[in-house]
Design a protein around this ligand. Structure first.
Ligand code: C2E
Ligand code: CA
Ligand code: CA
Length: 649
């Protein structure tokens, strides 16, 4: 130990002898290891004097051997604090650079004016750029134009307030944009003054894609890629909040006409193909900002915002009807489908809810369907009234049967040649306690929807069959007279339909030959096995099947062969004009001929004048009914009708 060392460490040579050197070193182990195992020179460290003072030193070690023994000579040189600081700074810088090159993220450091001072390799890799591009960086160019301005404004605020900023955003990488996680921290002086910032970026495209996929699953209809129901309500709520600022909003409810038929007859693959195509056509005929959703099988909803002029919606609706009407080409096949649209509005100054708006659009849609499909209708308050009336009537219907408010009216069916009454068609009436006598056209659909149709029909069959028995018994009608009852398609899904009918026939003491079941073409369209079985079973039992309203529906002649039809009833919309309208008379003549050649009975409905009766007689139609003989009458008036009619014979 020399004198300088004694002074430096404030200790005498004697005291120092045989003391381990580590007692005087800070971080001793590491330094000693370094000293021993490497030939390090000029190691900067700190030492502790005996009185506890700590000071910077530069250490050098010299190994030497003398007389076979090996020695280490430690040279200690005190250094000024300035040098120590410089060293610390350069260490920090080296540490930062080592870290920066290790981390999987891009790092960019700037000064107060956001001028780049440092960028690591990874940043250049992620953004696919060169160091030259980054020094003198144009921040506006760095982000997607859609969000650059807003993002940079927010970033400015955060940094100036000394806060961190984190955001998932799209960053420019040569020609394209990449999803990255952007994280910025201000660099502040010890006094808290912002001196610059450090930005890090990490490639977020994979996570973003995964998140997007999850979001899509939750918000998108997988078949068409349109928004789903959940998303629809989100969007509509959001849009309704903006009506005051952005202008009126229209909601369009769309339903494809007869789509179920396509699905049932051509299969679900074809159905799917059409739905995808419809989605595409809808998207293409609307603006990017309009929301298009698929919310059920063949139901679509469209939200149109920012309407200055409500009449634009009419144009849009027309356009949609038009593009969806174009044939759907599938291989060599062309499929035609039309659409019905219901429209409701939310206008500034009148608050409404998404639920309400949807209900109104649905009401308008029902009206569009009623109005013959392939058209659009607006919601109006009257529509709401109609639907309220429907609801009230449905409620009342539940008690109508027990309160004996139903009554059966009868219309005679006659032989054209002899003009003899051969039987009656039973037509249901409802004597509503408040609203008076109601037409079946109004309440039969409600009976069907509410599932009451079977029990009401059961009652009315029993009532009318018993009446027929009485009229035969008292000699008003022959033994082979018939009672024609209308059976709704809904009832054909009931396994027991035929058995119930048989029971009633037995109770009324009639035979199956006395009964005609009138069905509509829509029933035969369904091609359901149960329906077919019921019809064949009835036919085998001797119950006659009449095809009602012939000519108004699809009128596919193949039905006449496929199903056991006995009677065709030509719809009264043809009959009423056969004296004046050439095509109606041509159709009527053709149907009569057709029936004749297939061995079917043809009945003309709605014969209102002698002139028309004369015409169908000329064309050899077999049976008729209509106001000419009687409007449907209650049972109590049938006797009088028959007497009066028989006098004319
Ligand atoms: P529908 O089976 O076509 O019945 C014939 C309708 O035409 C009856 O109307 C009848 O009053 C009317 N009509 C008959 N002759 C003439 C005429 O010369 N001129 C005019 N303008 N009309 C005539 P209604 O009784 O109002 O029945 C309407 C529809 O309600 C029926 O049409 C039938 O589809 C349905 N319906 C009636 N009763 C029942 C029933 O008990 N069950 C089921 N499922 N449906 C029924
Ligand atoms: Ca009928
Ligand atoms: Ca009819």
């Amino acid at each position: 130990v020399n004198a300088a060392a004694e002074k430096l460490l404030s200790i005498t040579g004697n005291e120092l002898l045989h003391k381990p050197i580590k007692d005087f070193l800070l971080n001793e182990t590491i330094i000693l290891q370094t000293l021993k195992h490497t030939n390090a020179t000029n190691i900067i460290s700190r030492m502790r004097g005996r009185v506890g003072t700590v000071f910077g030193v530069q250490l050098n070690i010299v190994h030497y051997e003398e007389r076979g023994l090996s020695y280490d000579l430690l040279l200690i040189e005190r250094i000024e604090s300035q040098t120590a600081n410089q060293h610390a700074v350069s260490m920090a810088l080296e540490r930062f650079q080592a870290l920066a090159s290790m981390l999987p993220m891009g790092i960019l450091q700037t000064d107060l004016l956001w001028q780049t001072e440092y960028v690591n390799e990874r940043w250049l890799e992620i953004t696919d750029s060169k160091a030259g591009d980054v020094y003198g960086l144009d921040w506006m160019q760095l982000f997607h134009p859609q969000e650059a301005e807003e993002l940079l404004t927010q970033l400015h605020y955060s940094i100036n307030d000394g806060n961190e900023f984190i955001r998932e955003c799209q960053m420019k990488c040569q020609q394209s944009y990449k999803w990255i996680m952007f994280h910025v921290t201000p660099i502040t002086s010890q006094q808290g003054i912002v001196k610059g910032l450090i930005a890090t970026i990490s490639d977020f495209s994979k996570q973003h894609e995964a998140e997007q996929r999850l979001r899509d699953l939750a918000e998108k209809d997988p078949l068409t890629g349109l928004s789903n129901r959940t998303c629809f309500f989100d969007r509509l709520d959001h849009a309704l909040d903006r009506v005051e600022r952005h202008g009126s909003l229209a909601l369009l409810a769309l339903d494809l006409d007869g789509f179920k038929n396509v699905n049932d007859t051509l299969g679900h693959d074809v159905g799917d193909f059409i739905l995808i195509e419809v989605a595409k056509r809808l998207r293409n005929s609307l603006r990017i900002e309009d929301t298009v959703c698929r919310v059920g099988g063949d139901e679509f909803l469209v939200i149109i915002e920012g309407l200055d002029d409500a009449s634009i919606v009419a144009f849009l609706a027309e356009k949609i009807l038009h593009v969806l009407e174009e044939p759907y080409e599938l291989g060599s096949k062309e499929i035609f489908i039309s659409t019905s649209i219901g429209i409701s509005f939310s206008v500034s100054g009148r608050k409404t809810t998404s639920k309400n708006l949807l209900k109104q659009a649905d009401l308008a849609l029902y009206r569009a369907k009623d109005a013959g499909r392939n058209n659009y209708q607006y919601y109006s308050p009257e529509l709401e009234q109609i639907s309220r009336r429907k609801l009230e009537l449905t409620n009342d219907l539940h008690r109508a049967l027990e309160r004996q408010e139903f009554e059966v009216y009868y219309q005679a069916q006659l032989d054209v040649d002899t003009n003899v009454i051969k039987g009656f068609e039973a037509l249901l009436r409802w004597q509503h306690p408040v609203r008076g006598l109601l037409s079946p056209l109004e309440f039969i659909p409600l009976l069907e929807e509410s599932g009451l149709i079977s029990s009401v029909s059961q009652w009315m069959c029993l009532d009318s069959f018993k009446k027929l028995r009485q009229w035969i018994d008292c000699g008003l009608l022959d033994d082979d007279a018939v009672m024609a009852v209308n059976i709704s398609p809904k009832q054909f899904y009931d396994d027991n339909l035929v058995q119930q009918l048989l029971d009633v026939i037995l109770v009324a003491n009639l035979t199956c030959a006395n009964i005609i079941v009138e069905v509509t073409e829509s029933l035969l369209l369904k091609e359901h096995n149960l329906i077919k079985n019921h019809l064949y079973r009835m036919h085998e039992l001797g119950i006659k099947i009449a095809l009602d309203d012939f000519g108004t529906g699809y009128s596919s002649l193949s039905y006449l062969k496929k199903f056991p039809i006995d009677i065709i009833k030509i719809d009264r919309s043809f009959i009423k004009d056969i004296a004046t309208d050439e095509s109606d008379s041509a159709i009527t003549k053709a149907v009569i001929k057709l029936g004749e050649s297939l061995g079917l009975t043809v009945l003309a409905e709605g014969v209102e004048s002698e002139e028309i009766l004369a015409l169908i007689k000329l064309w050899q139609c077999e049976k008729y009914q209509g106001y000419l003989v009687n409007k449907p009458l209650p049972a109590s008036q049938i006797k009088a009708l028959c007497y009066k009619h028989n006098q004319t014979l």
